[in-house]
Design a binder for this molecule. Structure first.
Ligand code: ADP
Ligand code: MG
Length: 388
């Protein structure tokens, strides 16, 4: 789950990480009021969307008087901001963060994330902040400092010190920077983040060390222990289909292909997607219907899959263990009564009550294409998708 910059700032404050003054606004006049309250002569007006690269897309601008603040807020609020990370549709801006203008001396990159290969959190840092870190990593890998963190110990003071030295930070701000790194780590760990990215972390003319931008993503699997985070979700920034699936309690991930998959078990779902790709097709989604799927859940799954115009075929792959094939078959038949099946449906089922399941499908009179093996099912789905 992702949150906005203004929300991440509030969390960081709870961990004693200093941030430049600022407040979120929902209307141009509110933006002006906020700027007036903040005082000063320069303000940054920043579009709040769940994507980076806002600066280059016109979503971060500096204002030098209150009228400008209001004007910029007026242009940004309600627009769909397109950045490198949003896709061509862009993301809706419904709020702007008005931030005090700061005198930047240097910009650094700091990111905490999980290194899957090393199975541990890692702190990435670079003196080349402000720009696209992916580019720095590709062109100047030696400019990225990588510090693995033992999660049972946490980021140590020594490690923080070492990173700050490697970044070549001015001696006068090193202690402050170390504190910021330790605070960021604490927030990353305690909030179960999968990513906490500060780009840029800045040193100001006045000798302050501030995260100027903050991107925070939480591990969805840990959300159950963070009711305070769940309320931060902004549905306008989420994929509509994924939201619907979430509400129906279905683990669902939207993909770019045209073969929708309904499978029980995450591992089998992955294998099904792999097999589709092996035969030259593209899965439209990942969907794990789970072990105890009810007719309602199967119906919801069909509704979700059929709501995507890109979908040309549905492939159902069920291994009947705890989940019985006849239950799924009944679910499919019921679902097809509720939602009209507009694309070919390929079904492969094996295991408990397989024969009963197949009989239910056959007697339903629905134009279902059956398959005995996963390979056969995938092959049929791929060739049908190509025909459509
Ligand atoms: P994004 O990464 O989405 O483009 P940032 O918040 O990192 O957005 O802003 C982009 C750039 O704009 C920063 O690298 C910084 O140079 C400048 N900037 C952002 N906020 C301020 C501010 N409050 N004062 C001065 N410059 C700012
Ligand atoms: Mg940034």
């Amino acid at each position: 789950m992702k949150i906005h910059e203004y929300q991440a700032r509030e969390i960081l404050q709870d961990f004693d990480v200093p941030i430049p003054a600022g407040k979120v606004a929902e209307t141009p006049s509110q933006a002006r009021e906020v700027a007036e309250q903040l005082g000063g002569t320069v303000w940054a007006v920043k579009a709040q969307v769940h994507a980076g690269g806002r600066g280059k897309g016109g979503g971060v601008k500096l204002a030098r008087n209150l009228e400008q603040v209001e004007e910029l807020a007026k242009t940004m609020i309600g627009m769909r901001l397109v950045t490198k990370q949003t896709g061509s549709d862009g993301a809706l801006v419904s709020k702007v963060l008005i931030q005090q203008g700061v005198n930047i001396v240097s910009e650094y990159y700091v990111g905490f994330l999980i290194d899957r290969a090393n199975q541990s959190p890692v702190l990435l840092a670079s003196s080349e902040g402000g720009m696209e870190i992916e580019k720095v990593a590709a062109d100047f890998p030696e400019k990225i400092v990588k510090e693995y963190i033992d999660s049972s110990v946490g980021l140590t003071k020594e490690q923080a010190k070492d990173v700050v030295v490697k970044l070549n930070m001015d001696e006068k701000v090193r202690e402050k920077a170390e504190k910021v790194l330790l605070g960021l780590w604490k927030a990353f760990k305690e909030k179960d983040c999968s990513l906490l990215e500060i780009n840029p972390l800045i040193v100001t003319k006045e000798g302050e060390v501030f995260p100027l931008d903050a991107k925070m993503t939480f591990d969805d699997n840990a959300l159950y222990r963070h009711p305070e985070l769940e309320v931060l979700i902004d549905p306008s920034q989420e994929d509509e289909t994924e939201l619907k699936a979430h509400e129906a309690g279905l683990p669902y991930i939207q993909l770019d292909g045209n073969i929708a998959c309904l499978v029980n078990g995450a591992g089998l779902a992955m294998a099904t997607m792999d097999t589709i790709k092996l035969f030259g097709g593209e899965p439209a989604n990942f969907l794990d219907i789970g072990g105890g799927a009810s007719v309602e859940k199967v119906t919801a799954a069909f509704e979700i899959m059929l709501s995507k115009p890109e979908v040309k075929v549905i492939l159902v792959n069920i291994f009947g263990g705890i989940m019985k094939c006849d239950t799924i078959a009944e679910g499919i038949v019921e679902a097809c009564k509720v939602v009209s099946l507009t694309v070919p449906l390929v079904v492969r089922m094996k295991g408990t009550h397989e024969d009963l399941g197949k009989q239910i499908l056959k007697e339903s009179g629905l134009p279902i294409i059956t398959a005995e093996t996963l390979g056969e099912a995938a092959l049929k789905a791929v060739s049908l998708a190509k025909e459509q």
